[in-house]
Design a protein around this ligand. Structure first.
Ligand SMILES: NC(=O)c1ccc[n+]([C@@H]2O[C@H](COP(=O)([O-])OP(=O)(O)OC[C@H]3O[C@@H](n4cnc5c(N)ncnc54)[C@H](O)[C@@H]3O)[C@@H](O)[C@H]2O)c1
Length: 250
């Protein structure tokens, strides 16, 4: 039996990068996947890939920072694929600046997407998960939600917020058999990091203490997300899974 057989999963930010890798792997493992993103063209292309490979997926437009957009996306997704059993709060943006170079507008924007987006998505699926008596939520934080790094003030603050929102939600909803965990990727080769990884000095700097001395491919994180989303992780909630090539090990 496939690892997500019979489940419906919504993945935010699934048009590109790690979210797209999660969508493909989830579909291979039997899930009906709702590919949700502001990038409609990218989302449709991921859905086409999944269908070409024999899987089941649909694209929905979602701006994670907007409560009404969540309601609409979930409604559309559930009408087509049934109750959402798995939510991956993956959508995110990044910029690298220290506090003094960060404007209030930049701070508010990154919080609206990376932190409020996780709150809104979680809030939007909980009622149906409670009614069903089962659910798994995986929040994509970062190593930058665990330890400090130069010039990433606002991004780190959002990812730290996601780490503890995860534990708080896990505490409140365990009685309803809803598990909530966070993933903390290290440096992953996606659009978010492509500029810095293209420059050898930039790559060395961002990899920092990564023992494996290389970035991850998106799939290497997606496999960990799959595990937490699946029933194999039935005794895991409120946990933080680090997938960082050893960045935080020393
Ligand atoms: N790349 C890394 O090194 C790295 C490391 C740790 C954590 N992360 C986190 O992983 C997640 C995925 O990042 P990625 O590297 O795949 O980036 P990416 O830029 O490749 O993909 C991010 C996706 O989020 C979507 N998105 C942006 N704003 C949105 C919004 N308001 N509503 C809906 N979708 C929106 C984008 O359109 C895009 O498809 C993010 O939360 C990121 O912070 C990335």
């Amino acid at each position: 039996m496939k690892r997500l057989q019979g489940k419906t999963a919504l993945i935010s930010g699934a048009a590109n990068g790690m979210g797209a890798a999660e969508a493909r792997i989830f579909a291979d493992e039997g899930a009906k996947v709702i590919v949700a993103d502001v990038d409609d063209t990218g989302a449709k292309s991921v859905v086409q890939d999944i269908k070409d490979a024999g899987g089941t997926a649909m694209a929905v437009h979602l701006d994670v920072s907007d409560a009404a957009s969540w309601e609409k996306a979930i409604d559309e997704g559930q009408k087509a694929f049934g109750n959402i059993n798995v939510l991956v709060n993956n959508a995110g943006i990044a910029f690298l600046k220290p506090v003094q170079d960060t404007s209030e507008e930049e701070w508010d924007k990154i919080f609206a997407i990376n932190a409020k987006g996780v709150f809104l998505g979680t809030r939007a699926v909980l009622e149906n998960m409670k009614a069903a008596g089962v659910g798994a939520i995986v929040n994509i934080s970062s190593i930058y939600g665990l330890v400090g790094a130069p010039s990433a003030a606002a991004y780190q603050a959002t990812k730290g917020a996601v780490r503890l929102l995860t534990k708080s939600t896990a505490s409140d909803y365990a009685p309803f058999n809803i598990r909530v965990n966070s993933i903390h990727p290290g440096v992953v080769r996606t659009a978010m990091t492509e500029d810095i990884l293209a420059d050898p000095d930039g790559q060395k700097e961002i990899l920092g203490t990564t023992i494996m001395e290389r970035p991850a491919e998106p799939e290497e994180v997606a496999w960990a997300v799959l595990f937490l989303a699946s029933d194999e992780a039935s005794y895991m909630t409120g946990s933080e899974m680090v997938v960082d090539g050893g960045y935080t090990a020393r």
